[in-house]
Design a protein around this ligand. Structure first.
Ligand SMILES: [Zn+2]
Length: 487
């Protein structure tokens, strides 16, 4: 059989003032044609999962493009038209294919287009019509629209947050599209959107309500006709009408089964919605608590400046408080500040640098601070994920400088990337086990890699574009009322 695959992902924080242009995708991942397989084969990514199954079957695979950019502001029309256009062209040139597998995000907002993924699937359906199977894997932080559901044969969302199941969902999608193409199953779908948005930091799957919901959704005695259930958490930092929680259930030909299940899961989320609320710890208290913990390292998550959700990655409020409280054994990954990296290169390794660090992107992430530190090392920023999430995939922070500010080791980067793997410290020459406190810029993903080494984890309430308290965002276009913004 013959399949077309493509990947195009962006999680758009519409409050961010940083536009996401073609260069943003090029700077992150932008693979074309055969490169897609060469780079992603064997990795625990969605495309890696597609390839595991399709190559095992000995099928023919056509690669279009695989591209994603770090979460930030609106995707430009040029970027969308260029990358989305390459996927559509690849499909148009291979209409004899048996089906299309896409790895998208589900929270891409383009200039003038709220539903980037739904729009892309519309362009694809214009080319192939309604018949060709089209199975899409989405991040669980997705905005699900009727259009998106209508245009896909099946949407499959990640089940794990941290997203440790990307490869697994890719394999599931590839197996499913084969069954659909052979006519073995006929998916029918039910979408239910309770008027709520689970707050990002609380809907992880290591404990709590979201984990319980998944256990119910995947129970061993669920009705046999169910082909797939996705519990899309939604992505809170997008001021667009479809923002919110979404349950999507596919059953084999039986609409009643799909609808009963979707309604039941939505009711469970709604009835217990208060369990998604969460109050993070103030920054001074977070550091005091960390210092009181026996053992190390204690991980403090700067949840509100998470570049994985559109944070600017350059807030220094936790660093400021570490210095205020006299902490001398800590490490921080990362502060995005290419200007300081250049200055560090100029003064050279082993020399002192006095500069203004951080908070250069916008007014949402606190103030810059004057620091003096020793340039401990300059690093090219390349590393390979070794934790459970994206294992084997490589990434780059751009050129980095490690500054030693009175015993606090600060990795200053030239690119924005969520700190979700201890390997980021190790590759920068910083032993994470040697620190009393590790500060990471991440909401939840860090848990996958850091749980095994952390003496404790504390969620700190610094300012930023991915803050847990949604009432501080000026929402104008979302559906109201939406819990917990409208309690
Ligand atoms: Zn996500």
């Amino acid at each position: 059989m013959k399949w077309i695959i493509g990947a195009f992902a962006h999680e758009t924080n519409t409050f961010s003032t940083v536009p996401t242009d073609l260069e943003s995708f090029r700077a992150q991942t932008y693979l074309q044609g055969e490169e897609v397989a060469e780079v992603q084969r064997g990795t625990e990514t969605v495309v890696g999962g597609f390839l595991d199954v399709l190559e095992q079957r000995g099928d023919e695979v056509v690669y279009t493009v695989s591209s994603h950019a770090t979460p930030s502001g609106l995707v430009t029309r040029e970027a969308f038209d260029t990358i989305g256009g390459q996927i559509v062209e690849g499909i148009a040139a291979n209409r004899d294919a048996d089906g299309i597998l896409l790895a998208l995000h589900g929270a891409m907002v383009v200039e003038g287009i709220d539903d980037g993924e739904g729009h892309l699937l519309g362009l694809i359906r214009e080319v192939i019509g309604d018949e060709m199977p089209l199975v899409v894997v989405l991040d669980l932080h997705s905005h699900i629209t009727e259009e998106l559901v209508d245009r896909a044969s099946m949407l499959i969302g990640y089940q794990k947050y941290p997203h440790t199941d990307m490869g697994e969902r890719g394999r599931e999608a590839a197996q499913m599209i084969v069954r659909i193409a052979k006519g073995e199953v006929t998916p029918v779908v039910s979408l239910n959107k309770p008027p709520m948005i689970p707050v990002c930091g609380t809907c992880h799957t290591e404990g709590g309500l979201y984990k319980e919901m998944w256990e119910v959704a995947l129970r061993s005695d669920r009705p046999e006709g169910i082909l797939s259930t996705s519990l899309f958490a939604g992505f809170s930092y997008a001021d667009i009408p479809p923002m919110g929680h979404a349950i999507v259930v596919y059953a084999d030909g039986d609409m009643d089964v799909a609808k009963t299940e979707a309604d039941q899961m939505a009711q469970m989320a709604w009835d217990r919605r208060a369990e998604f609320l969460y109050t993070p710890t103030s920054v001074p208290d977070a550091i005091r608590q960390a210092l009181a913990v026996e053992g190390q390292p204690v991980v403090i998550a700067d949840i509100a400046d998470n570049p994985g959700g559109g944070g600017s990655n350059d807030g220094v409020e936790i660093l400021r408080e570490l210095i205020t409280q006299g902490v001398t054994r800590a490490a921080l990954a990362t502060i995005y500040d290419p200007k300081v990296v250049e200055e560090a290169i100029e003064v050279g390794v082993g020399n002192m640098l006095t500069t203004s660090l951080g908070a250069k992107t916008d007014d949402f992430h606190g103030q810059a601070m004057d620091v003096t530190g020793c340039v401990r090392s300059i690093w090219d920023g390349h590393f390979t994920y070794k934790g459970p999430m994206s294992r084997g995939a490589s990434a780059s922070l751009g050129t980095c400088a490690v500054l030693d500010i009175g015993g606090i080791l600060v990795i200053v980067s030239s690119k924005r990337i969520q700190s979700r793997d201890p390997e980021m410290f190790r590759a920068a020459g910083v032993d994470p086990m040697d620190q009393k406190i590790l500060v990471v810029k991440s909401a939840v993903h860090f848990r996958a890699g850091f749980n095994p080494i952390a003496a404790d984890i504390i969620i700190a309430d610094a300012p930023g574009l991915t803050a847990l308290n949604l009432s501080q965002f000026d929402f104008k276009r979302i559906q109201r009322p939406l819990y917990p913004i409208d309690l």
